[in-house]
Design a protein around this ligand. Sequence first.
Ligand code: SF4
Length: 241
Amino acid sequence: MAWGEGWQVRGDGRPADGTFCYLWGLNVSIYMAARIDWVEALKPLLRKYKGRKHPLKYKNIYQLVVLVVLSAQSSDDHINELAPSLFNAFPDMEALSKVEAAGLFPFFKGVRNFAHKADWLVRIAREVKTDSGIPLTMEGLTALPGIGRKSASVILREAGRPAEGVIVDLHVVRVAQRLGIVRVADPKKIEERLMKLLPEKEWEAGMAMSFLGREICRPKPECPLCLMKKVCAYYKKNFGL
Ligand code: SF4
């Protein structure tokens, strides 16, 4: 349908499904998404994934920090494969602080941006000195090299600390756009939107959307299996309700 064609209005004044809205320049699926109470709509997702552990296989906070830094732009499965030999050689921050970055390269086979990550990890280890020196706050973590807001939020969640932000990874960017919660692809703006939209106790919704994106709402989504289809703009646009 070309822009502006098929304009129809229901008896209640709302644009009919499948038509384009002249006034706002939005199609009806986005119009409907804007009217959804997302605090309520995301609750089933929160219930499904509440408390589920992150796919990175860590045994303590030291390992968690290292794996989170390594996993940026790399798959969790690949990083999990490298973990045993890395932690066998460097069991804690103290051991890691004593190596030069190049000494980590043999452990980082196939890791994207491995040289920078090695440098960041050694600098982190030298800064915090011991495992107990790892700061478990958003401010403290993001002050360390190689740790941004998303990584810090993952570490805080897994460490059982209160959320200070909403996790927005590549999966969340895709899911939040498809659901119709946001129309932008910038993770920073998506996090800001989610933090405004949801009360703090629901900020776990980021990780819940991430799990949905890993399992169901993959690049090729399996919509018939999805518990969010009733509120999803993508589903409404492509399959109708
Ligand atoms: S209904 Fe489809 S597009 Fe929408 S969130 Fe679920 S899997 Fe993704």
